[in-house]
Design a protein around this ligand. Structure first.
Ligand SMILES: *[C@@H]1O[C@H](CO)[C@@H](O)[C@H](O)[C@H]1NC(C)=O
Ligand SMILES: *[C@@H]1O[C@H](CO)[C@@H](O)[C@H](O)[C@H]1NC(C)=O
Ligand SMILES: *[C@@H]1O[C@H](CO)[C@@H](O)[C@H](O)[C@H]1NC(C)=O
Ligand SMILES: *[C@@H]1O[C@H](CO)[C@@H](O)[C@H](O)[C@H]1NC(C)=O
Ligand SMILES: *[C@@H]1O[C@H](CO)[C@@H](O)[C@H](O)[C@H]1NC(C)=O
Ligand SMILES: *[C@@H]1O[C@H](CO)[C@@H](O)[C@H](O)[C@H]1NC(C)=O
Length: 411
């Protein structure tokens, strides 16, 4: 078959995002760029297994690299990618210090390419869903005025762009980044939730051998060998929301949490504090006894674990726990407090408890729902880096852990 393959004509310009290339009068932030020192950064290979889950709250990419355009010998990048996260940034590239840029992201689980070049912005979303927890091969290449995205060997998306204002230019540098972008979010045509809980491996980036730089202060998260849907708390951190993000207009707030095996949960699953920091509710799992301790106001109850879920209803003056007691507390109107904004945390108690009785959760929450709506930890106001928002490690052994990878599992 190889003999039938046409020898591709040499590309007019040796660059992946050929169409990004153009002459401009200035390199907008080249000064800032060259000031960047390698102090405080560490160099890693772009070919290894890389978890794109980035520092929470940091808008900068997980890692980046750069090269002189004259060094670029290939117009193609390829890598394998695995995620259960429907939205986030995978790969970014730019020239002219960010004046011309390219973003590969996921939206609704499908690939999306956004391009900004001179005065033109374009975006295209489509192709098969990628957020199925399987490894997929992705190839990006430039073909004249088009960028082609191939998924598992099939062309999935093509985007073309032409601007009269642009001219080809071989000078200057190209920058690449993973898990984030190097320009401000405002410049995207279609705003995007940047955080991506996904892994990349076997990357070849424009055939560059340059190592990538990553921030030293940041601990790279591991990629689990096998994953299943859910939010994973390894026992070292929590995620915080403002309860008013989930406004209630009924007579109760319902909070539902599901697990593949609730009896493995250990630590504080959920907590609620007033905006003044007074504890309202703490639910702590003990896997040795397979019980939850529920503290609501001044009362404490013990609730036997159900195998797959924990449901709570907070009403004006009471808390109801699935297959547990109804705990009453009429010192406040809890629904009004909820709507005004309390500190709602999954996986621990913000700032801890006085008696240290609230260790961080170790366990996988398969699904969290408030008022029937699925809670996405990527939308938290704070999330510890160790918490994976969309993937839990999964044992491959048969038995209680061998659940299907994706959400088809029903209990
Ligand atoms: C890239 O180009 C700059 C000047 O344009 C030069 O100083 C530098 O050595 C080049 N880097 C490499 C790796 O060739
Ligand atoms: C990639 O780089 C290697 C060595 O750095 C070189 O031998 C090979 O020809 C390059 N491939 C392309 C497509 O440029
Ligand atoms: C109980 O939780 C701990 C973490 O706190 C974990 O290491 C252990 O495997 C769990 N035990 C069971 C039986 O799930
Ligand atoms: C579960 O967490 C408790 C603290 O709440 C800890 O004392 C206990 O050792 C943990 N269990 C296991 C099996 O690690
Ligand atoms: C919460 O309220 C809903 C609707 O009233 C009910 O179906 C559900 O069983 C309640 N759950 C608990 C834990 O009380
Ligand atoms: C929670 O949101 C409300 C508005 O809905 C706001 O008034 C309050 O300050 C927020 N609380 C925190 C801790 O951010």
């Amino acid at each position: 078959m190889g003999s039938q393959r046409k020898v591709p004509a040499p590309p007019p310009l040796p660059l992946l995002l050929l169409l990004l290339l153009c002459t401009g009068p200035a390199w907008p932030d080249q000064a800032a760029y060259s000031r960047e020192s390698s102090a405080g950064t560490t160099l890693i290979s772009g070919q290894g297994l890389i978890n794109l889950g980035q520092r929470w709250g940091s808008k900068s990419p997980l890692m980046h690299t750069r090269a002189n355009l004259t060094e670029v010998t290939s117009i193609k990048s390829s890598f394998e990618f695995r995620t259960l996260d429907p939205e986030g940034v995978v790969f970014y590239g730019d020239t002219r210090g960010g004046a011309d840029w390219f973003v590969l992201a996921l939206r609704g689980g499908r690939p999306e390419m956004q391009i900004g070049k001179a005065d033109v912005l374009t975006t295209v979303t489509g192709g098969p869903k990628l957020d199925d927890g399987m490894w997929h091969k992705i190839e990006l290449r430039s073909e004249g005025r088009f960028v082609v995205l191939e998924l598992d060997g099939e062309v999935a998306l093509v985007v073309g762009l032409h601007s009269q204002q642009t001219q080809a230019d071989l000078s200057g540098q190209i920058r690449l980044s993973l898990g984030g972008i190097l320009i401000t979010e405002q410049r995207l045509l279609n705003p995007l939730r940047m955080e991506m809980d996904g892994c990349v491996r076997a990357g070849t980036w424009l055939n560059l051998s340059t190592p990538w730089e990553t921030d030293l202060s940041q601990e790279l998260q591991p990629c689990f060998t096998w994953i299943s849907k859910g939010s994973y708390f390894p026992g070292t951190g929590l995620a915080i929301f403002n309860s008013s993000d989930f406004p209630v207009d009924r007579s109760e707030v319902s909070i539902e949490m599901e697990g593949y095996d609730v009896s493995t949960w250990n630590g504080t699953v959920l907590s609620l504090k007033t905006s003044q920091g007074e504890p309202v509710l703490t639910v702590t799992a003990y896997n040795e006894t397979e019980e939850f301790t529920v503290k609501f106001g001044t009362q404490t109850s013990t609730v036997k674990m159900e195998p797959f879920h924990l449901d709570l209803n907070l009403t004006k003056h009471a808390l109801e726990v699935s297959d547990g007691p109804i705990m009453e507390d009429d010192t406040h109107d809890w629904l009004s407090m909820w709507n005004e904004g309390m500190v709602l945390a999954f996986g621990g108690v913000p700032d801890g408890t006085d008696d240290g009785s609230s260790p961080y959760l170790h366990g996988c929450l398969r699904l969290i729902r408030i008022q029937g709506q699925v809670v996405d930890l990527d939308r938290a106001t704070y999330k510890h880096n160790s918490v994976s928002s969309h993937s839990c490690p999964r044992m491959r052994l048969p038995g209680v852990h061998a659940m299907p990878v994706v959400g088809s599992y029903m209990y």
